[in-house]
Design a protein. Sequence first.
Length: 362
Amino acid sequence: MDITLQHMKDKILSLAKELIAIPSVSEDTKYAVEILEIVKRELIAYPFTPFASEGIPSLLFTNKEDQPKNFKIILNAHLDVIPGTPEQYKPFVKDGKLYGRGAFDTKAAAAAMILLFKELSQKLSYPLGLQLTTDEESNGKYGTGYQRQQGVTADFAICAECNSNLRVTNEAKGRRIIKVSVKGHAAHSAYAWNGTNAILAMYTALDPIIKAYPSPKIETHLTTVNITKIETANEAINIIPDHCTAYVDVRFEKKDEETIIPRLLSLLPKDAEIEITPLHPAHATPADHPYIVKIQSLVKEIHGEDLPLRLAHGTSDATYFPLSIEFGPIGDGAHHDDEWVDINSLEEYYNILKQFLLSLNK
């Protein structure tokens, strides 16, 4: 291997380990600040704008001294993670894979983007942005969403999201959560006839949704609806609950964006209390966009496979940009105990993005 390439591979791995070691759980301000300080140290010579919304920080680096808000390309990565065990914040390498919380989602890819920005930013004639956020796992509205509200735009954004596995992800389902609450009447569980069990009332309330949207057995691009949490305020187990709350997680394809919530509400009882999260829209960038075509050709050239486009079932910050893709290295286990990223694919990822950015130079 070329010594320069090996050196860059080692630098990506080293920075990724340093980022993984920070328990930067989404919206934890203390560790968000700490992990962004690592980035600022790494890119100390480059201009940046700090942002904060509701106390949640994010950074925007630029390759232009006048610090524009309009970019040809934005590289976007999130440095927050879901909660993990203490051991998961101790990164280690085994069989060519880097393990740790955030290795795949998306700290290793972020490390590659940070070092790529450092190498190329002064070699590019066009405005390039590097956007680093700390709240993508919660919904991104205080990071990427807030920066967009402040006027940050891009002709095209590349989000370092997991599960891409070097496939260009140009479409993603949208998401909304419906919080459903029903009431009952409390009673001692030994005297059930004196009460009305809110859990059973909830089962009755949700049954039409479960029947209308059964859990799929195989991957589907269709809209899915899942009951993800049911809770009561009971602290004792011998009380019939008088209140029950459930959360309905809706992942919808673009054509259902306007109709799915009214459809689900029509299946719920009229006396249920309903709260609905803001729309996280479905997203699609045309498959024939020249930047997508170029990146796919580079994947084939550098990785050696002609990989098809991908639709994401989960959401990401890519939805905040009109034209964007999710694109990340090879790995697995996002949000699981054995999360990992393939180290060789990090090198390929770096080189694909490098050649793409250089190809846009005039």
